[in-house]
Design a protein around this ligand. Structure first.
Ligand code: ZN
Length: 131
């Protein structure tokens, strides 16, 4: 694992998805895995209780700079994921990345290059890089 690269991960995903190459399988599995991420976070609050989600309108004073805004924005999460919930959330996010990578492989999109390009874009455009 010392010399692990994202390209190694892409190759492993390609190897594993050899029998399931349909874009429809990949798209639906990607969507399912996204729902499982949401489910894992939700169950951390509603079943385990290690976190509490207390959402309300985001409020901030007028006439502040964009960089000051982050001081007023909340995650709406109170508490921390316990080890069990953290493992579950990590597992589900990992599966989501797996299917995202499989989708990239389907269209010959180099995942590592894509991330590097997007990082460059974010550095250049900052907050305007987000849609
Ligand atoms: Zn928990």
């Amino acid at each position: 694992m010392q010399n692990f690269t994202i390209n190694d991960f892409e190759a492993k995903v390609k190897e594993i998805t050899t029998r399931h190459k349909s874009v429809l399988d990949i798209l639906t599995k990607l969507q399912e895995s996204t729902a499982k991420v949401n489910r894992a976070v939700t169950k951390s609050a509603t079943y385990c209780g290690c976190i509490n989600i207390n959402a309300s309108k985001q409020e901030s004073p007028n006439n502040i700079t964009y960089s000051e805004l982050s001081k007023y924005m909340k995650t709406h999460i109170e508490g921390d994921l316990c080890d069990i919930c953290r493992d579950k959330v990590v597992q589900e996010i990992s599966q989501n990345i797996f299917y995202l990578t499989a989708l990239c492989n389907t269209f010959d999109i180099d995942f590592e290059s894509m991330i590097k390009n997007y990082y460059t874009q974010l550095n250049a455009l900052g907050k305007y890089g987000l849609l």
